[in-house]
Structures are given as structure tokens and as C-alpha cells.
Design a protein around this ligand. Structure first.
Ligand SMILES: Cc1ncc(COP(=O)(O)O)c(C=O)c1O
Length: 381
């Protein structure tokens, strides 16, 4: 299989991730905080080490405990959105957001009377920071922006929007699902109060991993409460981080493997991986341009993009293309709507969506060429 769906989840993983999964399950296997025996303590140590690595990766100016493990990016986004917003609050966001932002907001519109302003993006796929400034009202509490679109890969000017949020006393939540592991993020520099990311995409950890960074300015109520290992007599959830937001048995084995993935990332270099993916994307875009009937939706500037490109082919349903690529060429892409209906609305790709191609760290030029040849066969270019 030629796997070109790394925006959904990265595959394959670095070899040391597979080794770490097996090693943790076979040799450690304890439940952190649940018991004073070696296995529980070792599991606790593993969590602390990976937490510290993540805190360093994002330049967290706080103690690492404010990096809270989640089960994916959606989990962290729900935790942030539902934990921060109160009745009648106003939120500013963009038309590039994933359903894991838009659906929690829609729920709160219904149940808590919050108001949501959804800002447009331009032909290059970028939001205008001044639009965020202009949309602020006395009731605004939170600005939310995806660092990069999962449909067209454009990287947003989060530093500028973070500065606007901070100047106006607002909280800034960044969805880094598509950038963590390929674009450096510095929460202090970009004035980010809340940052949600998946561990299983660009960070190259296993499914079931993710994290939410919670800065000192953000006060969150937990949306999941329960056992934390310690403080068992307390009736209410212990208020100290990370226990305030982490309850129940964590995905310790996944987190151990995420730690291995972070080591791989450091040794190969985030910048190097990003350049590799953007080179593959340029090759893809150049090849697609030559095919009659193709429309491309992707980053126009490699400096402001991640390895995600969408295309449509006149006369073909993206689903059909996906099936042919899979069945006849062994190429895995994602056809249809990519959990971001507002983005497709603006691109004019409703209701069928696009074919999304997202190369990863282990793809080669030969992989792109197989895809191009297959699409050329369909388009007759
Ligand atoms: C921009 C964006 N946000 C959030 C998510 C949700 O990520 P997860 O599947 O880890 O919950 C995705 C997944 O594709 C995404 O692309």
C-alpha cells in the first residue's frame, strides 16, 4: 500500500514506536499512581518524561503538569471549549475549523446560549487577523483557530492573532492537529493560552494519544472526573494539574510510544520532515496541474503550508477516485468531506468534497508518481 493519508493519522510509525509499544506492555504494564510498586512507579515516570518532552516541544512557560494527556485532538478541544465557555459568552473562530471545534460550539450555542462568529478566509486560504480584532464584542471570551487547515494545508498567522487576543484580555485556543510535529509552535511567543494536538498525526505516536496545554490564564472546569490515583478521600476532583483534567487509567502504553516518536522527531528534525513533505507536495501539484479538468486546493506558499492538498477532477465523484486509487493502484487517500463543512462551503466543493492527499515523513517521490499516473489515466491528461 502507498499510504498518502497522513493528515488522518500518520502511517507507518518510526520503528522505535513499535518497539516501545511492545516493551511497555511486556516489561512495565503498571497503572500510574495506582500503587507504590515498581510497575506503577515506572508507568508514572514514563508519563512524566513524555509530559516534559511535550512541554519543551511547545515552549511551555509553565510546569510540565499543565500539559494534560488526552486521547486525541478532539478530546483536548472539547475539554478546552466546554471547560472555558460560560452562558452567553461570545467566541470568534474561522471557516477553516474542523468539526471537533464546530460541533462542541454548536452544542454550546444550543445549550448555553453562546454566540459564535465564524470569519472567512481568502483565496490563499488565510484568515485576516484584523477580522478577529473587528469581531470582538464586550462578551467575547475566546478566539479559536486551527494552526493549519486539514483540507487545504494553509498555516495561519497565529502569532498575530495571539497578540490581538492578549491585548484584548481574551483567551486564545489553537488547534494544532495538523502542525504539531511539522511546524514549530511556541505557546509563549504566540500568546497561546490553550493548545490541543493529536499524538497520532505529525508527532507519529500511536492512536489514542494527544494533549492539551493549559496556560496559567485559562481556567477550565473538567468535563471528565474520577479516579486520579491519589487524594482518594477528596469528594471533588483534585484541583492540581494534571489531575484536574486527567481522570481514569491513561493510555500509558500509547504515551510511552509517543515518547519514542518524539525521540525520532528530534533526531530527524521537524524542519527536515516539513521540507520533505512540502517537496513531495510540490511534485504532486506540478503533476496535477498538467491533467485536464483538475482543480487544486492547497497551500500556494510552502512557507505557509503543511503537507495537505485537495483536488477535484471534473466529471468524477471524489469517492470514485478514492476507490479506484485504492482498488487498482493500492494508493490510500481520503475522498469526500474532511470533517470541515464550512471550508468546503467556501471552496465550493459541497456536497461531494475533494480528494485529499497528505504525504508523510516516510513517503517518496515514487509514491507521488504512482498517484499521478493513476489520476492521469482517469483524466486523460
Ligand atoms: C484540524 C483538525 N482538528 C482536529 C482534528 C481531530 O483530531 P483527532 O482525530 O485526533 O481527534 C483533526 C483530525 O483530522 C484535524 O485535522
Amino acid at each position: 500500500m502507498i499510504y498518502l493519508d497522513n493528515a488522518a493519522t500518520s502511517h507507518p510509525k518510526p520503528e522505535n514506536v513499535y518497539v516501545a509499544l511492545g516493551a511497555f506492555l511486556r516489561q512495565v504494564g503498571g497503572n500510574p499512581g495506582r500503587g507504590g510498586h515498581w510497575a506503577a512507579l515506572e508507568a508514572e515516570k514514563t508519563l512524566a518524561e513524555v509530559r516534559l518532552k511535550l512541554a519543551r516541544l511547545i515552549g511551555a512557560p509553565t510546569t510540565p503538569e499543565r500539559v494534560v494527556f488526552t486521547f486525541n485532538a478532539s478530546d483536548g478541544l472539547n475539554m478546552a471549549i466546554k471547560g472555558v465557555l460560560e452562558d452567553g459568552d461570545h467566541v470568534i473562530t474561522s471557516g477553516l475549523e474542523h468539526n471537533s471545534v464546530m460541533r462542541p460550539l454548536a452544542r454550546l450555542q444550543e445549550t448555553r446560549g453562546i454566540e459564535v462568529t465564524v470569519l472567512p478566509f481568502d483565496a490563499r486560504g488565510l484568515v485576516d487577523p484584523d477580522d478577529f480584532r473587528r469581531a470582538i464584542t464586550p462578551r467575547t471570551r475566546l478566539m479559536i483557530l486551527s494552526h493549519a487547515s486539514n483540507v487545504i494545508g494553509t498555516v495561519q498567522p497565529i502569532e498575530e492573532i495571539g497578540a490581538i487576543a492578549r491585548e484584548n484580555g481574551l483567551l486564545f485556543l489553537v488547534d494544532a492537529a495538523q502542525t504539531m510535529g511539522v511546524i514549530p509552535v511556541d505557546v509563549k511567543f504566540s500568546n497561546i493560552d490553550l493548545l490541543a494536538a493529536a499524538g497520532h498525526k505529525g508527532l507519529m505516536g500511536p492512536p489514542g494519544t494527544g494533549f492539551l496545554y493549559v496556560g496559567e490564564r485559562a481556567e477550565l472546569t473538567p468535563w471528565r472526573e474520577g479516579g486520579t490515583g491519589g487524594n482518594s478521600l477528596a469528594e471533588l476532583q483534585p484541583m492540581e494539574f494534571p489531575y484536574w483534567l486527567e481522570s481514569g487509567t491513561p493510555n500509558t502504553v500509547g504515551i510511552a510510544a509517543l515518547g519514542a516518536a518524539l525521540e525520532y522527531l528530534t533526531s530527524r528534525g521537524i524542519e527536515h520532515i516539513h521540507q520533505h513533505e512540502m517537496r513531495l507536495l510540490s511534485r504532486l501539484a506540478e503533476g496535477l496541474c498538467e491533467i485536464e479538468g483538475i482543480s487544486i486546493f492547497g497551500p500556494t506558499d510552502p512557507e505557509r503550508g503543511v503537507g495537505v492538498l485537495s483536488f477535484t477532477l471534473e466529471g468524477f465523484d471524489p469517492q470514485e477516485i478514492g476507490i479506484v486509487l485504492d482498488d487498482s493502484f493500492g494508493v490510500a487517500v481520503r475522498p469526500g468531506l474532511h470533517c470541515a463543512p464550512a471550508t468546503h462551503h467556501r471552496l465550493g466543493t459541497l456536497p461531494l468534497g475533494t480528494v485529499r492527499v497528505s504525504p508523510g515523513a516516510f513517503n517518496t517521490e515514487a509514491d507521488i508518481d504512482v498517484l499521478l499516473e493513476a489520476v492521469q489515466g482517469l483524466g486523460g491528461g
